[in-house]
Write a protein that binds this ligand. Structure first.
Ligand SMILES: Cc1ncc(COP(=O)(O)O)c(C=O)c1O
Length: 406
């Protein structure tokens, strides 16, 4: 396809986009269970649209040119440092970039100790961003099976630690099953063997503090645990800002320093950056700052109690449907459910036909709960029960999480 010779009017393009979007997922009405974390808060939504437009063209590449962004970014990092008990950190564009930065930091930390080809040890439930980072950064990934409860198994980590180990990874929680790995034991092993420990709280970071304050049992998982050296937490997930905002945090500044890149041999002048991007849109920084300040602790607690209510009803409702079971007992607001008797692909097809968008995993279907889902729990469970009781042949959909190659 070639670019058009003559441009088209904004009205014409908006009309075309409007038509195209009719086929897109209706996440605003609770029909989607991943990709969008719907706060169902019109004031926040309007604020984010306004702030996003305001900072659309601003560039955070040189923070000293955009003082407002510098202030906002510094404050977002400070608030995250306080929330998780970290020492320092930086913002990034998302979970994958935060994980890349943590892996690069761990690699270079290991290399500084004379380890040529460092290893990263994780459970098979760790997000594929770790495999991707290891692939790009020439780190060897040692992938261990999960235990009978879906969690990483510390004994397997202990057996896997060797001369080339750079970092142990724990998920809080992992995406497929919503269970939190035994961070305390894994971080303890890391400390004992003098290696690093990264906690992937991309998904759980911005909801677990409130989940715990609402009385839910949450095992210690952040920098309160001795031995945890770095942590990733996405604000564009349960922090409820739009895409492009995460933090990667460290216990010590000398680890963060390894992430900073400085280059002074260029005619254009000194180039310095603390994440992998060069030009960075100002919008995600301003969005994250606005979402956090708009919601505050009270707002996060309010939204989390809606997530908790919807999760509790969904968990018991799914379990009550004949033939369905939740794969592993989740610690948070997401879980997989499957069946020994019902064809889950066919159930998913039937749910698709009713306008729901569930994710298909290897062992069943995946539910990720947002505040707005509390409005649709009954309708969803009614449709799911009907789909489980009466469905046709599966159309053969596969389990797909990420993007396709374009
Ligand atoms: C546990 C976990 N880690 C990392 C990521 C990657 O985050 P992103 O898609 O923002 O790169 C995700 C995404 O869902 C996740 O659930």
């Amino acid at each position: 396809m070639r670019i058009p010779r003559t441009g088209r009017s904004a009205d014409e393009l908006l009309a075309e986009i409007g038509e195209l979007r009719k086929g897109d997922i209706d996440w605003r009405h609770g029909r989607a269970f991943s990709l969008v974390y719907n706060a169902d808060d019109p004031e926040l939504d309007e604020l984010l649209h306004t702030v996003g437009a305001m900072f659309l063209h601003e560039n955070a590449l040189n923070p000293f040119r955009y003082r407002t962004l510098l202030k906002m970014e510094t404050e977002v990092i400070d608030m995250a440092v306080g929330l998780f008990g970290a020492g320092c950190g930086s913002m990034s564009s998302g979970g994958t970039e935060s994980i890349f930065l943590a892996v690069q930091t761990a690699r270079d930390h290991a290399r500084s100790r004379g380890i040529e080809r460092p290893q990263l040890v994780c459970a098979d439930t760790a997000h594929p961003a770790f495999a991707k980072a290891c692939h790009y950064l020439d780190v060897e990934m040692v992938r261990l099976g999960h235990g009978p409860d879906g969690r990483a198994v510390p004994e397997r980590y202990a057996a896997a630690i060797g001369d080339r180990t750079a970092v142990l990874v724990a998920s809080s929680p992992c995406y497929p099953f919503g269970v939190i790995d035994p961070v305390h034991d894994i971080a303890g092993l890391a400390a004992e063997h003098d290696v690093l420990c990264h906690v992937d709280a991309c998904l759980g970071g911005w909801i677990l503090p409130w989940w715990e304050r609402l009385g839910q049992k949450v095992p210690p998982w952040d920098f309160r645990v001795p031995g945890v050296t770095s942590l990733s937490a996405d604000i564009h997930k349960y922090g409820y800002t739009f895409k492009g905002a995460s933090v990667v945090l460290y216990r010590d500044r000398d680890l963060l320093q390894r992430q900073v890149f400085m280059y002074d041999s260029w005619p254009g002048g000194l180039y310095a950056s603390s994440s992998s991007a060069g030009t960075r849109s100002g919008a995600p920084i301003a969005g994250a700052w606005s979402a956090i300040n708009h919601l505050g602790e009270e707002g996060y607690l309010r939204l989390t109690s809606r997530v908790l209510d919807a999760t509790t009803r969904l968990r018991s409702g799914v379990t009550a449907i004949d033939g369905l079971r939740i794969t592993f007992d989740p610690d948070l607001s997401l879980f997989e459910f499957g069946s020994d008797t019902v064809d889950m692909n066919a159930v998913c097809d039937a749910m698709d036909n009713r306008g729901w968008n569930l994710d298909r995993q290897q062992g069943g279907l995946h539910l990720m709960v947002s505040p707005g889902h509390d409005r649709v729990v009954d309708e969803f469970l009614g449709d799911l029960a009907a789909a489980a009781a009466r469905h046709g042949e599966a159309r053969g959909g596969g389990h797909v999480y990420g993007g396709v190659v374009i």
